[in-house]
Design a protein around this ligand. Structure first.
Ligand code: IMP
Ligand code: MG
Length: 216
């Protein structure tokens, strides 16, 4: 499966198929004008435009083998809801929740399954749907864990990838945006369970969030 083509051929980032997101100075407006929030990294409209592109690519790639979408709770719930509606195939969905130990802003790579899947993956075309890849450790755990359940195929769709932080190649079939290596919230992403319902992705400014080992 190939990387997703971007519809804007003049854009340098379109050459590699993945838009680089950054909107310096674009601030959240009321009712989201919270001083803990920094610049908007991906506006709501661009999220929806990119998800339409990803959905069309997945529809084409999986035409004769509708995928089982595996959403990683809680962060991917909003992305998965929109992505599934952008895929014109009879997809199925299942969810798992993992907890990564470490601080709220940095995982240690020690991952534990908090909620497992309901469905059997054997012989299924599985597409993992992730909110954000930071170190890549959570994803590499998930990939190893799900591959051991004998799916017919296993691919990954991640909405956001932080630039320059992964030590091993990620091998993502579908990527939404490359973002700077800053802590971000919104569109499913939280800090201490807040801000998941922002319709855009923005920087989180206010200090180090408290240590947690909660489902991501
Ligand atoms: P990784 O294992 O370092 O790649 O971290 C992946 C998980 O950490 C994601 O699924 C998120 O739940 C969480 N995470 C990483 N970066 C951020 C962020 O900037 N904001 C909110 N959650 C994040
Ligand atoms: Mg999280």
């Amino acid at each position: 499966m190939s990387a997703v083509a971007d519809p804007r051929p003049d854009d340098e980032s379109a050459r590699v198929g993945i838009p680089a997101a950054r909107r310096p100075g674009m601030r959240p407006e009321a009712p989201w004008d919270d001083p803990a929030l920094g610049d908007i990294i991906v506006p709501a409209g661009e999220l929806q435009d990119r998800i339409a592109v990803l959905g069309a690519a997945i529809t084409a790639d999986y035409a004769r083998r509708p995928p089982l979408l595996v959403g990683v709770l809680k962060g991917a719930c909003i992305f998965l809801s929109d992505l599934a509606r952008a895929i014109a195939l009879p997809v199925e969905m299942d969810f798992m929740a993992v907890s990564s130990y470490g601080t709220a802003t940095r995982t240690s790579g020690v991952v534990r399954i908090v909620k497992d899947l309901d469905l059997d993956l054997s012989g299924r075309h599985v597409l993992i749907v992730e909110d954000i890849v930071d170190s890549g450790l959570t994803l590499s755990f998930l990939r190893r864990n799900l591959a051991a359940r004998h799916p017919a195929s296993l691919s990954v769709c991640a909405l956001l990838v932080k630039e320059g932080l992964q030590s091993t190649p990620l091998d993502l079939s579908y990527e939404g945006f490359r973002i700077p290596p800053e802590f971000v919230v919104g569109y499913g992403l939280d800090v201490a369970e807040r801000y998941r319902n922002l319709p855009f992705i923005c920087e989180y400014l206010e200090g180090e969030p408290p240590d947690v080992a909660a489902p991501s």
